[in-house]
Design a protein around this ligand. Structure first.
Ligand SMILES: C[S@@+](CC[C@H](N)C(=O)[O-])C[C@H]1O[C@@H](n2cnc3c(N)ncnc32)[C@H](O)[C@@H]1O
Length: 239
């Protein structure tokens, strides 16, 4: 990582109010390098400039840390892709007990290799479809927090994520700030899945002029056994 990139990252973390150690910054530097190297041969991200990785991937992911009590929590990142936001959260807060889930075997294999190289042996990696794995006892309502970014529109996303969350836990969806309609359209299904009315908070991604949003759903009740439905049904959900 160049001095400039390190500066961009550290200033952004400070602006977000996220504490960091030199080890965490080193790990993020290596993560960025491996991501861009692998991206030459495997589709991991549309972002190819290291400075944009610092802001639009790392700082955007880190924006979940200051406002939410994630420390010590069991957290699942659903549809993690190249590890966003989950792996960034775990690097910056080593007390998070992290599971990364994705349906694409090649991405999960790459993440497994990356976690080995970053010396993060406690990160659990799962290959499978979100709507199938949440039916297993070992995953259903076993997590304090489910997070997800850029996986699906809010009504579908809620059905993919809320079944993982224990009653009393949280579902955090990372969205663009132009999602009022899809969030309003998800209220009914969120309630059916055991969640309360979503709470929306917009933030500026440090080092950019981009506003993103965190949608927080508190899970008040268990998810009925009829959810999640099969993918063919889920995707018919109107936005
Ligand atoms: C657009 S990418 C977003 C990746 C990452 N969260 C990010 O923000 O950069 C969506 C990811 O979700 C995965 N995915 C899509 N449908 C899924 C499902 N039903 N269950 C699990 N993963 C899924 C895809 O393989 C892909 O890696």
């Amino acid at each position: 990582m160049t001095e400039e990139q390190r500066d961009l990252l550290c200033r952004g973390l400070t602006r977000l109010g996220v504490p960091y150690t030199p080890e965490a910054v080193e790990r993020l530097g290596l993560y960025c390098r491996r991501l861009l190297e692998k991206n030459q041969v495997m589709n991991l991200t549309a972002i190819t400039d290291p400075a944009d990785v610092m802001t639009l991937h790392f700082l955007d992911s880190a924006a979940l840390l200051p406002t939410r009590a994630l420390g010590g929590r069991k957290l699942i990142d659903v549809g993690t892709g190249a590890g966003f936001p989950g792996l960034v959260l775990r690097i910056l807060d080593p007390t998070i007990r992290l599971t990364l889930l994705d349906s694409l075997g090649k991405r999960v294999e790459w993440l497994t290799e990356l976690c080995r190289e970053l010396d993060l042996p406690d990160v659990v990696l799962l290959k499978g479809r979100a709507e199938e794995l949440s039916r297993r006892k070992t995953h259903r309502e076993q997590y304090d927090v489910a997070v997800s970014r850029a996986l699906a529109a809010m009504p579908m996303l809620a059905e993919l994520c809320l079944p993982y969350v224990k009653p009393g836990g949280l579902f955090l969806a990372m969205k663009s700030n132009k999602t009022d309609e899809e969030i309003a359209g998800a209220e009914k299904i969120i309630q059916a899945l055991g969640g309360e009315k979503p709470f929306v908070m917009d933030y500026l991604v440090p080092g950019t002029e981009v506003y993103h949003r965190v949608v927080t759903v508190f899970k008040a009740r268990p998810t009925p056994g009829s959810y999640p439905r099969k993918w063919t049904k889920i995707k018919e959900t109107k936005v």
